[in-house]
Design a binder for this molecule. Sequence first.
Ligand code: 5GP
Length: 251
Amino acid sequence: MKQKKLLYTGKAKSVYRTDAKGTLIVEFRDDITAFDGGKKDTLKNKGSYNAGVSAFFFSYLEKNGVNTHFLEMLDTNRMAVRELSMIPLEVIVRNFAAGSIVRNYPFKEGSPLKPPVIVIDYKDDSRHDPMLNDELIIALKLATPAELKKIKAIALRINTLLSGLLAKQGITLVDFKLEFGRQRSTIYLGDEISMDSMRLWDKKTGESLDKDVYRFNKGDVMATYNRVAARITKAQKPAAAGKKTPVPKKR
Ligand code: 5GP
């Protein structure tokens, strides 16, 4: 597969067309940002850790019946994906109170949220990703009521699958953000699931194992990403549920 024109550059990933119809390439770069781009750095190998963890989770979810855009890894940083028409929503699932929900509402940091809380933001940096509700999503025609119901059900299913997988590795899935897209009438999980988009705490020590280490200068960011990526992808093979694991291909 040949990489063609650059379609889009985000804060940490670039998306390219390919010579294969309906297939794009997502490149995970070494850039890291926080606070709406207010804090920025380039950290060697960061892209490969996030790409590896995302590929691992996407494969695991596919094997468990969740449609994702993931097709295969092309090398350490580049992933071939199904082309989607992206829905500009950030679907956040929270199992414990942390981050903005603690800043904005009277929750105590670390308190369990049972059942999990789904928060959906409008993905628009210029508006600082404002929180939506179902009526706004429908009034803005971002999703139909049936799609919204489906998106929430998929998000909760992903939460169950990933919380269980991470718990086996001694990691608490505190919260995470998902993005979805459509191909014809089917909803697929897109974007990434990585240390940049999840909040992970070590079950024993409570230590942050995610981008909070970068956001709040809690320690060596790349040492943490390296350790947690190895812990997630090596401690348990995703083979449990069946199909073959995609093999990286040369460019
Ligand atoms: P919070 O609302 O507490 O800032 O974020 C909740 C969860 O969603 C965290 O795991 C955070 O990393 C993720 N998240 C929220 N907004 C974004 C975003 O714009 N980009 C990424 N990559 N993750 C986000």
